[in-house]
Write a new protein. Structure first.
Length: 348
């Protein structure tokens, strides 16, 4: 993209040049989120154009700057896109999204100027802070499937915000979306007693129910009391909804909590929550926010995948190349739930 009102297009650009704090990566596969078209159209915030889009990928290290010590050529890495300067200043490289208040600052402007381009490319220059090494990934039989790891990491960070999932009843609100599907998979892998998948798409709910006997489902009705009864009681509710027109489903999740339960907000609901003070206090509930993931959580998720506890064969992988951006955006937009699109720079 060259301007805010520009469309995404395929372009030949100079190869990235290694510089201090950087790692040159061969992109093996990049996750193309379902809402990428909305990002391109400016519906998710401004982009630091001109830039190469792309929030995350799995790649092979080609070269490292002299001040990079934790990686070396040949390593397989996950680029999370999250560049954290401390003090709440965080940016997603090659994408929309700012940490802290989300309003940005002079500091985040400088961060986005220095580390601008993303990973929808054959090669990418990544900041060392955004990369997580994946030991043993060179032997993983289907590298494109590992492009789903960032979504799993975000889901796991939300779950971990509520404490260990093992032996607890967990609900995932918006489970029929990609992030919600990732949360269901992660909760199962981390030993949840039950996982209630909550959403509107009956077919997608059916596919989630087939994953494991511990999965139960609830199709949202739009009535808060009815939905709360259908969801709970649960110990943890993770809200992964997108830009929902109301907060009713989120508040139904709140109502479904047992005493001392936790509601974690991970998604993109653009509504204010009217949380009842006395109820929150007397039931000793916890309300947490969780944004993106950290390197430790990504490593935990990778170890779950590497050990076979979290089986990525449950995820429907679709691949696309760089040659037709419009078709790739359309494919991503039509793919949801336990499906995702990986952009593979080589033959798809």
């Amino acid at each position: 993209m060259t301007a805010q009102d520009d469309d995404v297009r395929l372009s030949d650009v100079p190869e990235p040049v290694l510089r201090g704090g950087g790692v040159l990566v061969e992109v093996l596969a990049a996750h193309l989120p379902a809402y990428t078209r909305a990002v391109v159209q400016g519906n998710r915030g401004g982009l630091p154009v001109p830039l190469t889009l792309g929030p995350s990928c799995v790649g092979r290290v080609i070269d490292v700057a002299p001040d990079v010590f934790h990686l070396e050529p040949g390593d397989i890495v996950l680029d999370t896109a999250l560049l954290d300067a401390g003090g709440g200043d965080e940016v997603l490289v090659g994408w929309v999204g700012l940490g802290g208040s989300g309003a940005g600052s002079e500091r985040t402007d400088r961060m986005r100027a220095v580390w601008r381009d993303g990973v929808f490319a054959e090669k990418a220059l990544c900041a060392k802070e955004t990369l997580v090494k994946l030991p043993g990934a060179e032997s993983y039989p289907d590298p494109a499937r590992l492009a789903f790891l960032p979504w799993l990491g975000i889901a796991a960070a939300g779950l971990h915000a509520a404490g260990p999932a093992a032996g607890r009843d967990v609900a995932v609100i918006g489970a029929t979306g990609q992030l919600g599907g990732a949360a269901v998979l992660t909760a199962l892998a981390e030993g949840a007693a039950t996982v209630t998948a909550v959403g509107r798409n009956e077919d997608a709910l059916g596919r989630l129910a087939a994953l494991d006997p511990r999965v139960r489902t609830h199709r949202l009705t739009g009535d808060r009391a009815t939905d709360a009864a259908g969801i709970g009681p649960v110990d943890v509710a993770v809200d992964t909804l997108g830009a929902a027109p109301s907060a009713d489903a989120t508040m139904a999740a709140y109502d479904s909590l047992r005493g001392r339960g936790t509601l974690v907000l991970v998604g993109g609901v653009r509504q204010d929550l009217a949380v009842p003070y006395g109820d929150l206090m007397h039931r000793r509930l916890t309300l947490r926010g969780s944004w993106m993931s950290d390197q430790r959580t990504v490593t935990t998720v990778w170890n779950l995948v590497r050990s076979g506890v979290l089986d990525l064969s449950a995820v429907e992988l679709r691949t696309t190349g760089l040659d037709d951006p419009a078709a790739a955006l359309g494919l991503a937009e039509r793919t949801t739930g336990l499906g995702f699109v990986a952009l593979v720079p080589g033959p798809a």
